[in-house]
Write a protein that binds this ligand. Structure first.
Ligand code: HEM
Length: 366
């Protein structure tokens, strides 16, 4: 704990003279007899500045989370601090989404009054937003080609260099992949969990097939055929989970991001979340999904804002505007593999029983 080092003044501590002196509407600077200062430009500046401050706080927490994961062994005790920081990011995100309501009190006509003064500046140049995306796991190479061009083309050389650093460092996605690959329990002597899991899945699918056959009286031949075909698709989806080559192909075609081993271990955590030892890893995975989902919501909300303000006009940064932003919201998912794991969840009552010896280790028994 630090001790007081002498009197400190509120405004000095928060550097308010700097902070509150940092709003300079361009419409005020360029005001003349025909065009005066635009009242709403102050709101436009302040809302953006508040976003950047929250981005700074998110990066502060994200950097600490990355540091924790960037070690060969992540102690259990460190996970609670990771969960706490992920939760903080999750609490900040609704504020980011909510701020659009405040900005939308500015009408599109009011925006038009000063919009041209901003060209070619745009949110494309928010280095902190990019840094968050890259650090979470959305590298420049993960973007669609056309988006990459826009994004890089709008940045100054200084900012490009700045982003090179996080780009070459391991992202949260990559570090969590390594961490997941090290999860024990699934390959313990005398207990091949995945063999047991596959048997459970087979038995569930056989039950489903039996149900279809039993109800066949109420189904037309076409309906029955369609249901059996769907069941076969489900069966092959489950099989693909264990097919190493199929998984590699999915990674190459960018349909999967995490290694097969990491995905299987994440699934194990999801399935046995009730075991005390897995409760915190489960929290880590769910928090990452929440953060991904909240950023997606932010992107859709921002796309709607752009449509409301611009209609189908292009953005000040030169993109197609609303269309570009909607596409980015669809594509720029980071932890999508974790979402897709729900495909492979099975009811608790059908889960393979974990041998007592392993269960003991998962319960913090000595
Ligand atoms: C009147 C309000 C706003 C409009 C009309 C608007 C519009 C746009 C448009 C059209 C783009 C695409 C790039 C371009 O062609 O310029 C964009 C990108 C972006 N904007 Fe906004 N925006 C607004 C407010 C905000 C606010 C308040 C933020 C908060 C920081 C923000 C952050 C971003 C970011 C980070 C991008 C890059 C998104 C990406 O490439 O995935 N925008 N904006």
């Amino acid at each position: 704990m630090h001790k007081n080092k002498g009197p400190i003044y509120y405004g000095d501590y928060l550097q308010l003279s700097k902070l509150l002196d940092s709003q300079e509407p361009l419409s005020k600077k360029h005001a003349d007899e025909t065009n005066g200062e635009c009242h709403d430009e102050m709101l436009f500046i302040i809302v953006h500045q508040v976003y950047e401050l929250w981005f700074k706080q998110i990066l502060h927490d994200l950097n600490s989370i990355l540091e924790t994961f960037n070690q060969d062994y992540v102690p259990e005790s460190a996970l609670s601090s990771v969960v706490q920081k992920l939760s903080r990011i999750k609490k900040i995100q609704p504020l980011l989404i909510g701020q659009f309501d405040v900005l939308e009190t500015m009408t599109p006509m009011d925006f038009l009054e000063f919009r041209d003064l901003l060209i070619p500046a745009s949110g494309f140049q928010s280095v902190q937003f990019r840094e968050i995306e890259i650090k979470l796991g959305l590298g420049t190479g993960d973007r669609l080609n056309v988006d990459r061009e826009f994004f890089l083309g709008r940045l100054s050389e200084k900012d490009k260099t700045k982003l090179g650093e996080p780009e070459s460092a391991p992202s949260l996605l990559k570090l969590v992949e390594k961490w997941l690959e090290r999860v024990p329990f699934t390959q313990i002597k005398n207990f091949n969990f995945w063999e047991e899991y596959q048997k459970a899945v087979e038995s569930i699918l056989r039950d489903d097939e039996a149900t279809i056959m039993q109800n066949s009286a109420s189904l037309s031949d076409l309906q029955k055929k369609a249901q059996l075909e769907n069941l076969e698709v489900t069966r092959s989806t489950f099989r693909s989970l264990f097919d190493e080559r199929a998984h590699e192909e999915l990674i190459e075609s960018k349909q999967r991001k995490l290694s097969q081993k990491a995905i299987l271990n994440a699934l194990f955590i999801m399935l046995y979340r009730d075991e005390p030892m897995l409760a915190q890893p489960f929290q880590v995975l769910t928090s990452m999904m929440d953060i991904d989902e909240n950023f997606t919501t932010w992107r859709y909300r921002h796309a709607l804002l752009a449509q409301r303000m611009l209609g189908t006009k292009i953005g000040t940064g030169g993109s197609s505007g609303h269309q570009y932003l909607k596409r980015a919201a669809d594509n720029n998912r980071v932890f999508i593999d974790l979402f897709n794991l729900s495909t492979f969840l099975i009811p608790r009552s059908r889960l393979p029983v974990i041998p007592a010896e392993i269960k003991k280790q998962m319960n913090f028994y000595v």
